[in-house]
Design a protein around this ligand. Structure first.
Ligand SMILES: Cc1cc2nc3c(=O)[nH]c(=O)nc-3n(C[C@H](O)[C@H](O)[C@H](O)COP(=O)(O)O)c2cc1C
Length: 197
């Protein structure tokens, strides 16, 4: 059997999506997948980042995380994206990365792979679902096999109860959210295993 190779690609200004991606990476490895955890390139002007202490501090804290490249998505046979809600849709840093993928899309490297997404927002109903479905729209254009967690496990009836994907209010992850992330990741790896077998 071929191995599941999962690219976990995130954007995070303040740490929430990074923490979510790390929980997913741990769960994926425990499920037997090979994992590349990658941040997308920051596109905001450095002067703006420097003017927001929490943003600047988190940027420095994660300076050593490798930046996602198109080759990471060519290598992977499964994708998990995580990015904050910004005005009801996915953060532009993630979109900027997605917009570099035209050449590998044209070469067919994005097609037929399992994909799922996670997000966070400040507010309880601040746009988590629209952000996730926005990423799923892109996955549909790639011809991905979209694997949302759905209401398919007891974990999904706790936390924010979002069948589209794990979502967190900004800040520390509680146990309900980490259970959902782990479940969503295991489910993604399970479907990937069926495809790469
Ligand atoms: C420009 C901007 C727009 C935002 N728009 C929304 C929004 O529409 N709804 C919401 O609930 N939170 C909004 N937020 C809050 C972010 O979703 C929050 O900062 C993010 O989830 C934190 O994730 P991170 O810690 O991974 O950066 C916004 C934040 C910024 C900076």
């Amino acid at each position: 059997m071929h191995k599941v190779q999962l690219a976990i690609v995130y954007y995070s200004a303040y740490g929430t999506n990074h923490a979510m991606a790390e929980v997913a990476a741990e769960a994926a490895k425990a499920a037997g997948a090979e994992v590349r955890l990658r941040k997308v390139l920051e596109t905001a002007p450095q002067t703006v980042i420097d003017s927001v202490p929490a943003w600047k501090a988190f940027q420095q804290k994660t300076a050593n995380v490798p930046v996602a490249t198109p080759e990471d998505l060519t290598w992977a046979n499964a994708y998990l994206f995580s990015a904050p809600t910004r005005f009801g849709t996915v953060a532009s840093q993630m979109r900027a990365f997605i917009d570099t993928l035209g050449p590998i899309w044209q070469q067919g490297h994005l097609s037929g792979k399992v994909a799922s997404a996670m997000t966070s927002a400040q507010n309880l109903h601040g746009g988590q679902e629209t952000t996730l479905t926005g990423m799923y729209t892109t996955f549909a254009h790639w011809g991905s096999i979209i694997v949302p967690p759905g209401f398919t496990d007891a974990a999904m009836f706790k936390g924010l109860g979002n069948p589209y994907g794990a979502s967190n209010n900004m800040g520390a992850l509680n146990e309900e959210v980490t259970d959902i992330i782990r479940y969503q990741t295991r489910r993604l790896v399970t479907f990937a295993e069926k495809l790469v077998a």
